[in-house]
Design a protein around this ligand. Structure first.
Ligand SMILES: [Zn+2]
Ligand SMILES: [Zn+2]
Ligand SMILES: [Zn+2]
Ligand SMILES: [Zn+2]
Ligand SMILES: [Zn+2]
Length: 585
C-alpha cells in the first residue's frame, strides 16, 4: 500500500487522548519506507499501548496444560489462554501449525487474531538459558538470579530490571556491568557502589549522582576523576576514613539522612540538560552512540530512529519500538523482541523478516497475524501458503482491515497501520509496565477500557512489623531470614505493594558483608521507587541557565537552547553541554 509523502508536517488529533500531535515530514518518509499509513494515536498513547503488552513481574501459579506440572507464569488462571511450561512449549510434543485457519473476510482481522491467541499455547515465562533462576522473566543467560526482569548475561543478581552483564548485586535497574553493588539506577561499570544514580566507572562509593570515574567518594553530585570526597568536599585519606566511621553506615536512620543530604546538594550543582554521550543530532535522555535519534530514552547504538525506549546493540530505521535492538533494521511498533528486519506490530518477534502483526514468532519470514511460529515462511493466521498465494492474499487482507476495521468498546478504530487493540493484551493494565510509566487508578483504567486485576487478598501472617526491624545491620540476627516482614507501604494504598516480604539467605549475607541496612520496602515498592526517581520520558524546550561571567558567553547569559527532561518548573539548575563541561571538568 502506498503512503503519500508530505513535504511539510501535519497536525493530527489523537484517537485516544484527543490531544493534537505533529507528524513531521521526516516521519512520512519513514512510513513510506516501511509502507505503513501514518498513526492515529499520538506518540505517548502509542508507547502506553505497547507497554500494555509486557508483564514483567506479576506471576501466578498454575499447571502446565500439557505435562500438568505446577508452574509459575504470567497468566492469571481466569484468562482464556493455554499455558505450557517452558520445556513443553519448546518441545515437539505439539505442532503450532495445527492451529492454522483460513482468513475470514466476514470478521475484523483483530477479532480473528484474538481467537488465534486463545487457541495457540503460550510459554509460561519468557526466558532463554536460565540456570537456577526461577522467578525471573524476559531474559537471556541468567544464572542464580532471583526476581530479575529484563536483561542478559547476569549472575547472582536479584531484585532488578533491565540489567546487562552484571554479577553479585541487588536492586539494580537499567544498568550494565555492575559488580558487588546495591541500589544502582542507570549506572555503568561499577564495583561496590551503593545507593547511586547516573554514575559510571565508580568504585567503593555511596550516594553518588551523575559522577564518573570516582573512587572512595560519598554523597557527591557531578564529580569526575575524584577520590576522598564527601558531599563534594575534598578530604585526606585519613580524614575520609574517620568521617565515614562517624557516618554510621549500616544504620537505616543515617541512610535516610545521607539520601536527604545528597538530594539537597543535587539542587545546588548544575546538571547537564540530558545524558547523551558520543551521539550526533539526537535528543532524549540516557543515550549513547546514537545518530539522528529523536525523542528516545535509554538506548544505545541507534541510527535514524524516533520514539525508542531501551534499545541495545544496533538498530537502524526504527520508530516506536521498545525492548529491542540486536541488529534490527526497519522496525515499527514492536513491543519487545530481538533483531529482525522489516517488522511491524509485534510482541516477542525474534529475528524475523518481513513480518506484521505477530506474537512470539522466531526465525520466520513473510508472516502475517501469526502466533508462536518457529522457522516458518509465508504464513497467515498460522496457515501455510505458497509464496504466490501469500502475495496474492496479503493486499486483500490489508484492504479488508481498512474496509472492516475493528472498533473497541471506547470507539477507537483499528485499521491496518494500528498496533494491537488493548483487549488483545493477555494482561490487566496494572499487571503490565504501562502502570509504571502511565500510572492509572482502577477507576481510570476501567473507564478507559482496560482490564484491571485486583490481586489476591494476601493476608500474610506478619512475623516482624516494619518498625521492629533493627536500625543497624549489626543488630540483625540470622534468624530474620525467611521471616515475613511487613512492607513500610503496607496498607498505604500503594497498588503495587505486596504488603510483606522476606529476606533470602544470600541477601542477608550481602547486607552483612557490605554493611548495608535492611530494606524497609517490599521488592515491588523498591522497584517503583527507582522507576519514579527518573525524570519523566518527556522533553521540554528550554534554555541554558548559566550566567557565569568566566564562560565568555556572547551575552551576559548563555543562550543555548535544548530539549530536556527537566520540566521548566523543576528546582534543578540545568546547563547546556558546553557550560556543564566548563563547570564540572
Ligand atoms: Zn494520545
Ligand atoms: Zn509441561
Ligand atoms: Zn510494598
Ligand atoms: Zn550554556
Ligand atoms: Zn556558561
Amino acid at each position: 500500500m502506498e503512503t503519500k509523502t508530505h513535504s511539510t508536517s501535519l497536525v493530527q488529533v489523537c484517537q485516544n487522548c484527543k490531544k493534537k500531535f505533529i507528524i513531521e515530514a521526516e516521519d512520512f518518509s519513514f512510513y513510506g519506507k516501511i509502507k505503513i499509513p501514518p498513526p492515529t494515536f499520538c506518540p505517548d498513547c502509542r508507547f502506553q499501548r505497547r507497554l500494555l503488552f509486557r508483564n514483567n513481574r506479576v506471576f501466578y501459579k498454575r499447571e502446565c496444560a500439557l505435562c500438568k506440572k505446577p508452574i509459575i507464569g504470567l497468566y492469571n488462571k481466569d484468562r482464556p489462554y493455554i499455558v505450557y511450561c517452558y520445556d513443553c512449549w519448546f518441545s515437539d510434543k505439539w505442532d503450532v501449525m495445527n492451529y492454522g485457519r483460513d482468513y475470514d473476510f466476514s470478521v475484523p482481522f483483530f477479532t480473528q487474531f484474538q481467537a488465534l491467541q486463545k487457541a495457540v499455547p503460550r510459554a509460561n515465562l519468557y526466558r532463554d538459558n536460565f540456570v537456577l533462576s526461577d522467578y525471573c522473566n524476559y531474559g537471556l543467560d541468567f544464572k542464580e538470579c532471583y526476581l530479575l526482569f529484563g536483561g542478559k548475561g547476569n549472575e547472582r543478581v536479584s531484585f532488578g530490571n533491565q540489567v546487562v552483564d552484571s554479577r553479585d548485586s541487588l536492586d539494580i535497574a537499567f544498568s550494565e556491568k555492575i559488580e558487588f553493588s546495591y541500589e544502582n539506577f542507570e549506572c555503568m561499570r561499577t564495583n561496590k557502589l551503593f545507593f547511586s544514580r547516573y554514575s559510571q566507572d565508580c568504585i567503593d562509593s555511596s550516594y553518588l549522582i551523575d559522577c564518573r570515574n570516582c573512587l572512595n567518594c560519598f554523597g557527591c553530585v557531578g564529580l569526575v576523576n575524584k577520590q576522598y570526597y564527601i558531599f563534594n568536599e575534598q578530604y585526606s585519606k585519613e580524614e575520609y576514613q574517620n568521617v565515614l566511621k562517624e557516618i554510621n553506615q549500616g544504620s537505616f536512620k543515617s541512610h535516610i539522612e545521607n539520601l536527604k543530604k545528597v538530594n539537597e546538594l543535587k539542587l545546588k550543582i548544575p546538571h547537564r540538560y540530558a545524558r547523551i554521550y558520543k551521539s550526533v543530532n539526537s535528543d532524549g535522555d540516557d543515550l549513547s552512540e546514537t545518530r539522528n535519534t529523536h525523542m528516545s530514552f535509554s538506548s544505545r547504538q541507534t541510527e535514524d530512529a524516533k520514539y525508542l525506549f531501551y534499545i541495545r546493540s544496533h538498530a537502524k530505521d526504527c520508530y516506536d519500538t521498545s525492548f529491542q535492538g540486536w541488529n534490527s533494521e526497519l522496525v515499527y511498533e514492536i513491543a519487545h523482541g530481538f533483531g529482525g528486519s522489516n517488522i511491524a506490530f509485534g510482541m516477542r518477534n525474534i529475528f524475523n523478516q518481513d513480518a506484521r502483526y505477530s506474537e512470539e514468532c522466531r526465525d520466520s519470514s513473510n508472516i502475517f497475524g501469526c502466533e508462536g511460529l518457529r522457522k516458518k515462511s509465508y504464513c497467515i493466521l498460522n496457515k501455510q501458503y505458497t509464496k504466490e498465494q501469500y502475495e496474492e492474499l496479503l493486499p486483500k487482507i490489508i484492504k479488508h482491515m481498512n474496509d472492516m476495521p475493528y472498533i473497541d468498546q471506547n470507539g477507537r478504530i483499528y485499521k491496518y497501520g494500528e498496533f494491537f487493540p488493548s483487549e488483545l493484551s493477555p494482561f490487566a493494565y496494572n499487571e503490565t509496565i504501562a502502570q509504571e510509566y502511565f500510572p492509572l487508578t482502577k477507576e481510570e483504567a476501567l473507564e478507559q477500557g482496560y482490564k484491571w486485576e485486583d490481586g489476591e487478598n494476601r493476608n500474610y501472617k506478619v512475623d516482624i512489623e516494619n518498625k521492629d526491624i533493627p536500625d543497624h545491620i549489626k543488630d540483625v540476627e540470622e534468624d530474620i531470614v525467611n521471616k515475613v516482614i511487613a512492607c513500610e507501604h503496607s496498607g498505604k494504598c500503594k497498588d503495587q505493594c505486596t504488603e510483606a516480604f522476606k529476606i533470602i539467605p544470600e541477601e542477608f549475607k550481602f547486607y552483612k558483608r557490605m554493611t548495608l541496612p535492611l530494606p524497609r520496602l517490599c521488592p515491588n515498592c523498591r522497584h517503583y521507587q527507582r522507576i519514579n526517581s527518573r525524570n519523566p520520558m518527556k522533553l521540554w524546550d528550554r534554555a541554558c541557565m548559566c550566567d557565569k561571567e568566566r564562560h565568555f558567553h556572547e551575552k551576559d547569559k548563555c543562550v543555548v537552547e535544548f530539549k530536556t527532561t527537566y520540566a521548566p518548573d523543576r528546582p534543578e539548575i540545568v546547563y547546556c553541554e558546553k557550560c556543564y563541561q566548563q563547570e564540572i571538568y
